[in-house]
Ligand binder design. Structure first.
Ligand code: FES
Length: 360
């Protein structure tokens, strides 16, 4: 009997009965503890000072357990050790019963919500609720009234919270000022050679540059190959100076190398002093004979043909005399040679007036 666990209804009934003054009421038929109801209520071992609310939830629960144990125990079995309620329902019932013993000045809570509210209100100042309040008020207390410059993030957050709670606006750290850079100094210009020397030529660049150079040279060679080979010839007519520049009995080699002619001043051909121009081409195979002033003849170095000062061949394989070219006096008084025309002696052309100039 004493070990039987009380139900929630039983505990609530006991609590209500105690609240009503502990009168002898008819216990529920099914409640075995109704036999103890007429007895005087058992003393509550829990600390429950009159007129004071429980300090904490733990105190409330402890008091409820103790009171419920005392109520559920029968009189004859009071010597046995009381059995504390185990379930939450028991605890709530005990709390309700304890709430029924509150001072007469306050209204006793009826429902579970009221009981818990009263317990929280009574224990609001208890130590169990202190950590939360302390946690909420700690930053504000920790934060200084004014956040100096250079504070950390936590300090700044605390300062902002303090401001939100009605405190002075936090002082944010001063905006950093960019340092002044030194004045820009004039950079000396580097020379082109120094710049080129500073450039690092990679093997890749060197290879492509060499290939480009080779291709450029190959293009130039191809262009030259496609161009026709032209021989620049001098004009066939040109002046060779005045007649006085050629004294009688002389052969001038002044234009032999450049123009291929000799200017001869002699009277040995027909007894008249004449100026004429002989082509310096051997009539054998086309070699260039040489004038031999000591021997007064033209001598071909190729096969030994010899020609007089008049141009008549006299030795060697040359088959005919040297040829004359046109010679005349220009309006300017200068001798003018015309190589476009030839005069051959064997053909009787040396008698043409365009093949000589009379002097003296
Ligand atoms: Fe002048 Fe043969 S070419 S002698």
């Amino acid at each position: 009997m004493a070990d039987k666990k009380l139900t929630t209804e039983e505990i609530l009934a006991l609590a209500r009965k105690q609240k009503a003054g502990g009168g002898a009421e008819t216990p529920p038929a099914e409640a075995p503890s109704s036999e103890a109801a007429p007895e005087s209520p058992a003393p509550a071992p829990a600390p429950k000072p009159a007129g004071n609310a429980p300090k904490s939830t733990a105190d409330i629960l402890a008091a409820a357990r103790a009171q419920a144990t005392a109520k559920s125990a029968p009189a004859e079995e009071s010597k046995a050790s009381p059995v504390a309620p185990k379930s939450t329902a028991d605890i709530l019932a005990a709390a309700r019963s304890q709430g029924a013993t509150k001072p007469a000045g306050g209204a006793a809570p009826k429902s579970t919500a009221d009981i818990l509210a009263a317990a929280r209100a009574a224990g609001g100042a208890a130590a169990s609720l202190k950590p939360k309040a302390a946690a909420e008020s700690a930053p504000a207390a920790k934060a200084p009234a004014a956040a100096p410059a250079g504070l950390g993030v936590k300090d700044m957050v605390a300062a902002v919270k303090q401001a939100q709670q009605g405190g002075a606006p936090p002082k944010l750290p001063a905006k950093p000022v960019a340092p002044k850079l030194p004045a820009k100094q004039a950079v000396p210009r580097r020379g082109i050679l120094a710049t080129l020397a500073a450039i690092t030529i990679s093997p890749f660049t060197l290879g492509w540059t060499s290939l480009g150079g080779v291709l450029g040279l190959w293009g130039l060679a191809m262009a030259r190959f496609l161009m026709p080979n032209m021989v620049r010839e001098l004009p066939s007519k040109f002046t060779v100076g005045s007649p006085s520049d050629y004294p009688p009995g002389t052969v001038s080699e002044k234009y032999t190398a450049s123009r291929g002619i000799w200017i001869v001043n002699t009277d040995q051909y027909n007894g008249k002093p004449l100026l004429y121009a002989l082509a310096s081409v051997c009539t054998h195979l086309g070699c260039t004979p040489s004038w031999l002033a000591g021997e007064q003849k033209f001598k071909c170095p190729c096969h030994g043909s010899g020609f007089y000062i008049t141009g008549i061949n006299f030795e060697g394989p040359a088959p005919r005399p040297l040829e004359r070219v046109g010679l005349s006096v220009a309006p300017s008084g200068l001798l003018e040679v015309d190589k476009s025309v030839k005069f051959q002696e064997e053909l009787g052309q040396w008698s043409d007036g365009k093949s000589f100039v009379e002097v003296g």
